[in-house]
Design a protein around this ligand. Structure first.
Ligand SMILES: Nc1nc2c(ncn2[C@@H]2O[C@@H]3COP(=O)(O)O[C@H]4[C@@H](O)[C@H](n5cnc6c(=O)[nH]c(N)nc65)O[C@@H]4COP(=O)(O)O[C@H]3[C@H]2O)c(=O)[nH]1
Length: 765
């Protein structure tokens, strides 16, 4: 018989472990083993076989030395590596023992043993022990400690179990091919039989070892076979249930049915591998197990799919270790919060996403003040308790979509996403959350039997888009945190000094506004509203802030902040009550009893669910005629929730309260809505009045508003009238009510009383 080289165990990429030198040596050794097996199969002379064995043993010794040198620096700590060294010795002994049996034994008896050595070396040494060792060493080189490296390597080995299945299947196919090849060429049927028996036995053993179940079904699905092992894996009794898709579906989680079917269809249509992982509930004990299923189509001589066969394997342990590895890799074990790695990962995703949006985001860097002193005084257990308790309080201050991470000993980072598009507003939002955190942490912590007061320093940086990378942003927030520390701790600080100044002055203003409310520093000024003859028919109440230094501040510089902080609600309530008090007084005197009074109502105020009830209760307190109270709403109120707005207006209108639509023409009022609202008056915005004599489009707008108001039966008033010409033009267009500096600026109530003595405005002289 002509001597040929049989590649019984072909080299495949699944053997590659990632260290070039070791992979190269494995390849040479595998080749040498294949040659030994071939030599035995073809009954080479003993002397030739001896040479082959010696070559293999020499190569193996050299290889083992290389491996052991690589682990040397870590092996003291790792018993698994020491165990592996013993396996090296055993493999060399076993090979030497086989070599001794060459003399005087029929070579057919050696075939099986040689194949056994090969399979065991492949399955347990290369794919498990060597893989473990290489993964462990590489992980240590990347800086992981023993525990982390062990866990990582173990996980890799668990994952590789799937590859063992593949290798075994590939090798089985290879052996079958070789067998067929030999049948044609080799006349000795004995040899073929031995080889087949050996390969089948190896396959069965390998499948038992890896707990693999085997299945097979014909293309029409008529004949279905499940191995006993498969029934065992599924927790089914083969005498009670038939093999087949119905049984499988009855135990498989139904969310995976579609995916399973899709994979099967694709295998038949495109010849792809059938590969699915799915959970089952074992009927015998109710346990949920994860199963991996792989299968391949077998084609007939005409290239038509004939059957499909494959394997199932219980991968529950692998799934669990995958989850544990993920937990270890991305979460802080003490607090279960995301760690630095996961934070940076999310930060980078947000950077990519915000490149396409105009939203702002913020990073808050938190460092616990004097944490080291706590640790030194009470020990690490108490320090750990504080970290756990503190992380709970931090989580309570955040929204679901925010990320809270522990990135080091006493350092936490919070990422706030989707803040306002306006940087100043976004800064105020993050400052509010930062202050909530400071307040919530200022309450004492109960750590075992110690009551401990802890504070943090917070650094904030805002970001949107791509202008800074994640490292730069973390650095900015860190720098800001140090600034907060240098300001005496228990504080927050923005990275951007300009932002810091603006936020600080806003904070100061907010505090002053609260004080202004308490100390009654607000006043109402009244601006006359006149009819076509210049007679005062009413007034608009306008808020003024009489500061302790005597300065009178107009609302432009504080109303927005009052709205953002919610202070507008108590302020607005004060305005409404004061205006009603004034109206009551007017209604009690004959020469002022017909005056109307307009009061501005901000959106936030109007949107309070009990706004109508509050207004009605104020009205009752002052017992006045509601028909002379006019609430001024802005057009923007109509942009959202129109139905609720209309309902609320109707409720107030029913008792007689009038409504005026302020700043008319600047918003997006739909005429449709306008018709639905119980409006009394439209107020032409002063921006149109200002240029009405020189700007044609302002002229058209003003003319249109007036004729539209007339058409809808609404009163129309022009605000911001500064000259007689403007009044004249507006009168010609049909406007009958006016307000503006031309008649009078807003004035204190006493001055307003004096204005009332004038027969008409503007006052002459
Ligand atoms: N250039 C010019 N301006 C004129 C003329 N006539 C009146 N004004 C000013 O225009 C503003 C009219 O009030 P607004 O449009 O409701 O605009 C008000 C209103 O939106 C808000 N506001 C005032 N008081 C209150 C209040 O009590 N509550 C609420 N929510 N907002 C208020 O603050 C805004 C500004 O109020 P003020 O500074 O008092 O400014 C007043 C008034 O002084 C004029 O001929 N020329």
């Amino acid at each position: 018989m002509k001597q040929e080289f049989l590649e019984i165990f072909p080299w495949g990429e699944h053997f590659e472990l990632g260290v070039a030198e070791i992979d190269a040596q494995h390849k040479i050794l595998l080749q040498a083993l294949n040659e030994m097996a071939t030599g035995i199969i073809f009954e080479e002379p003993v002397a030739t076989l001896n040479t082959r064995f010696e070559l293999f043993i020499e190569g193996a010794r050299h290889h083992f030395k290389t491996e052991e040198k690589l682990w040397q620096q870590y092996e003291q700590e790792n018993p698994l590596l020491l165990g592996h060294r013993l396996d090296h010795v055993k493999l060399l002994e076993k090979t030497a023992e086989l070599q001794h049996q060459l003399e005087g034994n029929p070579q057919s008896a050696l075939i099986e043993q040689t194949l056994a050595v090969l399979s065991k070396w492949l399955a347990t040494q290369i794919l498990e022990e060597d893989k473990y060792a290489v993964e462990y060493v590489l992980a240590r080189q990347r800086g992981l400690d023993h525990r982390q490296a062990h866990s990582h390597a173990q996980h890799q080995v668990d994952s590789a179990k799937n590859r063992i299945v593949k290798v075994v299947v590939t090798n089985f196919n290879s052996l079958s091919n070789i067998t067929r090849h030999l049948t044609r060429k080799v006349t000795e049927a004995r040899m073929v039989k031995n080889l087949l028996a050996a390969s089948e036995k190896r396959l069965q053993e390998a499948m038992d070892y890896a707990q693999i179940g085997y299945w097979d079904f014909s293309a029409g699905g008529k004949e279905v076979t499940w191995s006993d092992q498969m029934y065992d894996l599924f927790g089914l009794d083969k005498h009670q249930v038939p093999a087949g898709p119905a049984t499988l579906c009855s135990i498989m989680d139904e969310h995976y049915h579609a995916q399973f079917k899709c994979s099967l269809d694709s295998a038949f249509e495109r010849g792809t591998e059938h590969f699915v992982e799915y959970p089952i509930t074992r009927p015998d004990n109710g346990e949920v197990r994860w199963i991996e299923c792989r299968g391949q189509i077998i084609y007939d001589a005409n290239g038509q799919p004939e059957r499909m066969s494959g394997f199932v394997q219980d991968i529950t342990k692998h799934k669990e270790s995958e989850r544990k590895v993920e937990q270890l890799a991305f979460f802080d074990p003490l607090t279960a919060l995301p760690n630095r790695r996961l934070l940076v990962d999310r930060l980078e995703q947000v950077l990519i996403a915000t490149a396409r949006s105009s939203k702002n985001n913020a990073l808050l860097f938190l460092d616990i003040d004097h944490f080291k002193t706590l640790n030194d005084s009470y020990g690490h257990d108490v320090g750990d308790q504080l970290l756990i308790e503190l992380s709970k309080r931090l989580s309570d201050c955040l929204r679901k979509e925010d990320t809270l991470a522990r990135i080091g000993g006493d350092e936490f980072v919070i990422m706030l996403e989707n803040l306002d598009e306006n940087p100043m507003k976004a800064a105020l939002q993050s400052e509010l959350i930062g202050n909530n955190i400071l307040n919530s942490l200022n309450k004492p912590f109960q750590l075992s039997d110690i009551q401990y007061n802890s504070t943090v320093s917070i650094g904030i940086t805002l970001f949107s888009g791509h202008e800074n990378g994640s490292t730069e942003l973390m650095k900015q927030a860190d720098i800001a945190m140090y600034q907060a520390k240098s300001r005496g701790r228990n504080a927050l600080c923005f990275f951007d000094p300009e932002m810091q100044n603006r936020v600080s002055s806003q904070m100061e203003l907010e505090a002053q506004l609260r004080l202004a409310l308490q100390q009654k520093q607000f006043q109402l000024y009244y601006q006359p509203q006149v009819n076509a003859q210049g007679q005062i028919c009413g007034a608009e109440a306008l808020l003024r802030w009489q500061q302790p230094n005597g300065e009178l501040t107009a609302p432009g510089s504080f109303i927005t902040l009052a709205e953002e902080t919610g202070l507008i609600i108590p302020i607005g309530e004060w305005v409404l009550a004061s205006a009603c008090e004034q109206l009551q007084q007017w209604q009690r005197q004959s020469h002022t009893e017909a005056l109307t009074l307009s009061v501005n109502v901000s959106i936030k105020q109007f949107r309070q669910p009990d706004f109508a009830t509050r207004v009605l209760s104020i009205l009752r307190n002052y017992n006045l005629n509601p028909a002379q109270l006019k609430l001024e709403l802005t057009e923007t109120l109509l942009l959202t929730d129109v139905e609720r707005t209309v309902a609320q207006m109707n409720e107030l209108n029913r008792v007689g309260i009038q409504f005026s639509l302020d700043d008319f023409g600047t918003g997006y009022s739909s005429l449709q809505y306008l018709k639905q609202l119980p409006l009394y008056q439209l107020k032409i915005d002063r921006s149109f009045v200002r240029d009405v004599l020189i700007d044609h489009s302002d002229q058209s707008i003003v003319t249109t508003i007036i004729s539209m108001a007339n058409g809808l039966g609404l009163e129309v008033i022009a605000e911001g009238v500064e000259t007689g010409e403007q009044q004249h033009f507006l009168s010609q267009q049909g406007c009958r009510h006016f307000q503006g500096f031309w008649f009078s600026r807003p004035v204190a109530v006493d001055d307003f009383s004096r204005l009332l003595e004038q027969p008409a405005l503007p006052a002459v002289g």
